[in-house]
Design a protein around this ligand. Structure first.
Ligand code: 6PG
Length: 255
């Protein structure tokens, strides 16, 4: 695994940098494998990045016919609910770029229960990647993640059994302590860590303690779930703004 820490002067610069990185990954994946598989994150952090992807010049720099969009976690609410991660991605980005409908693969929230939603999404992934569910997880070209103040990512919350999952690719997850208090469906560590690239996008001073702890102290995954993200054969990037990076030592910042 390679790990890069990139510090941007503010959240606007971070959004531009993230959008550029997504364009670069899309172009590289399509050039080498003929398609780009992208797992989006929820939360507020990626919204400006998503909007930039749906505008010139970047919108024209991605071959949308060869791009396939997934979600790394979802809240179990209908897509038109304000709390829906896919709903947010659709209104800021996915609904505004020429992605063929068949290339948009959100986590379902209508299978009857969070467990059924998770099982159905795992089947969707297995079918898409031509893999068997009991085999090693497929490698996404890029998995985007946000960081919660408590150090969670996707819907992998501190102290929960979802952190121990070693086989399933997608699981249900009861609500964590941060809002909104709804059931979730989430990628597991085995699936995230199979990716070719994982990129955290983190802005704001309230994230600084978790960023510092994860990047400098190697905390237990049960305390700071994002410490469990280390793509075995992939590249890990932490894209931070100055506020989120404010507690990092000069050594961690690479200065
Ligand atoms: C979710 C997320 C979650 C999010 C972080 C950061 O469904 O809530 O996917 O992991 O990325 O909580 O959220 P913010 O960007 O809003 O701080």
């Amino acid at each position: 695994m390679s790990r890069d820490i990139v510090i941007c002067k503010d959240s606007a610069a971070l959004s531009g940098r993230a959008a550029d990185a997504i364009v670069d990954q899309a172009q590289a994946a399509i050039a080498s494998r003929g398609r780009f598989t992208l797992a989006l994150t929820g939360g507020s952090s990626p919204v400006e990045t998503y909007k930039l992807l749906a505008q010139k010049p970047r919108m024209a720099q991605i071959d949308w016919q060869k791009t396939f969009v997934f979600m790394s976690d979802e809240r179990c609410v209908p897509f038109d609910d304000d709390r829906s991660n896919f709903g947010q991605a659709r209104s800021s980005f996915v609904g505004h770029v020429p992605l063929p409908p068949a290339n948009i693969l959100p986590i379902p929230t209508d299978a009857g229960s969070p467990d059924a939603d998770a099982a159905r999404y795992a089947q969707t992934l297995a079918h898409f990647f031509g893999a068997l569910l009991d085999a090693a997880p497929p490698a996404f070209d890029l998995v985007l993640l946000g960081l919660g103040d408590d150090g969670h990512c996707a819907s992998l919350f501190p102290g929960k059994p979802t952190l121990e999952e070693t086989k399933k690719w997608v699981v249900s997850s009861p609500p964590g302590t941060l809002p909104p208090p709804v059931d979730r469906v989430t990628f597991t560590f085995p699936l995230i860590n199979a990716a070719r690239a994982v990129m955290f996008m983190v802005s704001g001073a309230k994230k600084a303690p978790a960023v510092q702890d994860i990047l400098e102290n190697a905390p237990p995954v049960s305390k700071r779930p994002s410490a469990g993200v280390h793509p075995a054969n992939g590249a890990l990037t932490w894209l931070l703004d100055e506020d989120a990076a404010s507690m990092l030592s000069a050594q961690t910042r690479g200065r």
